[in-house]
Design a protein around this ligand. Structure first.
Ligand code: XMP
Length: 606
């Protein structure tokens, strides 16, 4: 192997690949390995990192992995589930309980090479149900954590044995919210493992071009190009590897695009020199037909994904290029959230991972040159390939488009679990000086690496941002069945919410398009567009004032890789503009701001 490398053992947590990316950022090649791989497969590596997992170590849910990996004569560091497995293997105890979600403070117990140059108390990101409650001989507690200033200590947040060269962190150092996580990873791979930093993004580009040429051989590629950042960078990369005459682009207007978006997309491709090879289909009727009467998010996602394949295949047939490989700008989070690695649970089926496409992948008929990367890396690659800066830094827009931001309903209230949920919510909200209303619909979220399809709580009251976000953290952690909190922006706090019967229709989509355009223009006008990662606008079929109107929810988030996210504290000036313009839209009577982090909310609502 040309580069010093470490192995990341993928137990199927959301973050295994993110760990590899973070390691590569330090110039060290990191490769994903499976927990049942033979120890011989680990011979090339100078260190091993064990990822988190949706399984519970306390329940012995992941017993069948190859524990000989723990006997390798290299340093090993485990995160979350990996940390618990290390603790248990060397005589410690792991118990079900002590769960933490989101931010906590790590308190170091003394100096250690892993924490060199870091403060004694620092923010870390937690997402776990199980906890280490005792460590075996030779191990010491390197740090404990607290979820709030007055909360009890969570012991063994970081543990280690320098003699064995085995270490564990209960938190996730790989997510951006663990502020010094990058330094911890660097201290491990460069310091404790002694790797030399020789890997780079330029090296990745060269290797990827070779890989594409090998896979495509003499053939050609037909790329599904939504015009988002990913598919545009994929087009540029495939163009570089194959030449534009062996690449056809297909842009589909699925009726779920933003206002005037398809026209802009076609201009972008023309500017990139793909004018002659770009094809366009207005398939909005096909998609709307496929979505008719659907409500359940996963069913809607699949219908959209299938419609993409249907339109794509029809167009390929019409052009007589059915033998071309299908190109997609799939990036890593798309595959992991669909349960794309063997052990990950499905959180959302991304449009480019529906069963028909999985089948084509099995047959070797799909090219996805970005499938190993996260958005920041795609953007870096885009800039290296000479794509315009503004284009590369546009907000991400999901493949199923407004389809995942237009909630649908049969018009029946979903009050599952409300007997327990409502009193718990009322009590906690009151303790924080808030009014609260549990909403009888559900949205997708993620808790401890698993999909959580649960209720949002609408909160009202006059609180500082800090107090509000603290209340949200407590409510989503402690009220069973709540994975998201939204904050009322309408003049009055509603006291009841009635679902209205509503499906994916052109009228509702047009309304959402208008609302979205108002939000995007306001962000640009207030100089905030590039300050934030993304801001979905969501149309929720809930009548809050008995007029039959719907609720609009704004979801501005800060993020770097979309695996975790923080709600944006929008200034009063823009909130005033949005309140005025959105509540003036006919059919919109409710307005709220999503104030949930990810986890437990996801960025999109479905
Ligand atoms: P979530 O909602 O899972 O979203 O927190 C993470 C990021 O992925 C985008 N997203 C998608 N992108 N196809 C895509 O190309 C999809 O099906 C899809 N679903 C979510 C989302 O906008 C966010 O940036």
């Amino acid at each position: 192997m040309k580069h010093d490398a470490v192995a990341v053992v993928d137990f199927g947590g959301q973050y295994a690949h993110l760990i590899a990316t973070k390691v590569r950022r330090h110039g060290v090649l990191a490769e994903i390995r499976q927990p049942e791989d033979d120890v011989d497969a680990f011979a090339p590596y100078r260190g091993v990192i064990l990822s988190g997992s949706p399984s519970l170590a306390s329940q012995g849910e992941e017993q069948d992995w190859n524990k000989e990996i723990l006997d390798l004569d290299v340093p090993i560091l485990g995160f979350c589930f990996g940390h618990q497995e290390i603790a248990a293997h060397y005589g410690g105890t792991v118990e079900h309980g002590g769960r933490q979600w989101g931010k906590a403070a790590l308190h170091l117990t003394g100096p250690h090479a892993l924490f060199a140059g870091q403060p004694e108390v620092q923010p870390v990101w937690m997402s776990h149900y199980d906890s280490v409650t005792a460590v075996g001989e030779g191990f010491t507690e390197l740090g404990y954590s607290k979820s709030a200033d007055d909360a009890p200590d969570h012991r063994f947040a970081a543990i280690g044995s320098d003699t064995l060269r085995r270490y564990g962190f209960q938190y996730h150092p790989e997510v951006d919210d663990t502020v010094y996580g990058d330094d911890m990873i660097a201290n491990f791979v460069l310091g404790i493992c002694g790797c030399k930093p020789t890997w780079s993004m330029e090296a990745y580009l060269e290797e990827e071009i070779e890989k594409i040429r090998r896979q495509v051989g003499e053939g050609s590629v037909f790329l599904l190009a939504s015009g988002g950042v990913d598919s545009t960078v994929a087009a540029a990369l495939l163009g570089r590897a194959l030449g534009s005459d062996r690449l056809h682009l297909l842009h589909i207007d699925n009726g779920l695009m933003r206002k005037d978006e398809s026209a802009q997309v076609l201009q972008i491709f023309a500017a990139l020199g793909f004018e002659g090879s770009t094809h366009f289909v207005d398939a909005s009727d096909t998609f709307l037909k496929a979505l008719e009467g659907l409500v359940e998010p996963e069913v809607k996602r699949r219908a959209i994904g299938d419609a993409f394949v249907q339109v794509f295949q029809a167009k390929a047939k019409e052009l007589g290029i059915e033998d071309h490989l299908l190109g997609q700008g799939t990036i890593y989070p798309d595959t992991i959230e669909t349960g794309g690695t063997r052990r990950s649970g499905t959180i959302k089926t991304h449009h480019n991972r529906v069963p028909v496409i999985e089948q084509l992948i099995q047959e070797g008929k799909v090219v996805e040159p970005l499938a190993e990367l996260y958005k920041v890396e795609v953007r870096e690659l885009g800039e290296m390939l000479g794509i315009d800066h503004e284009m590369v830094w546009r907000h991400p827009f999901p493949g199923p488009g407004l389809g995942v931001r237009l909630l649908c309903s049969e018009g029946r209230a979903d009050r599952t679990g409300f007997e327990v949920l409502e009193p718990a919510l009322a009590a906690l909200a009151a303790r924080h000086g808030l009014e609260a209303l549990a909403l009888p619909i559900r949205s997708v979220g993620v808790k401890a690496d698993l999909r959580a399809y649960e209720h949002p709580a609408l909160l009202g009251g006059d609180l500082s941002w800090d107090a509000l976000l603290e209340a949200v953290a407590v409510i989503t952690a402690d009220v069973p069945g709540i994975n998201r909190c939204i904050y009322n922006l309408a003049p009055e706090m509603p006291h009841q919410a009635t679902p209205v019967k509503a499906y994916a229709t052109r009228e509702r989509l047009d309304l959402l398009r208008e609302a979205d355009a108002i939000v995007m223009q306001a962000l640009t006008r207030h100089g905030l567009y590039h300050e934030i990662w993304q801001c979905p606008t969501v149309l929720v079929p809930l009548d809050l004032d008995d007029t039959g109107g719907e609720l609009v929810v704004l979801r501005p988030v800060h993020s770097r890789r979309a695996m975790t996210a923080q709600p944006v504290r929008l200034p009063d000036a823009i909130l005033g503009d949005l309140r005025r313009d959105l509540l003036a839209l006919p059919g919109v009577t409710g307005l709220a701001l999503d104030v949930t982090s990810k986890p437990p909310g996801t960025i999109e609502w479905e």
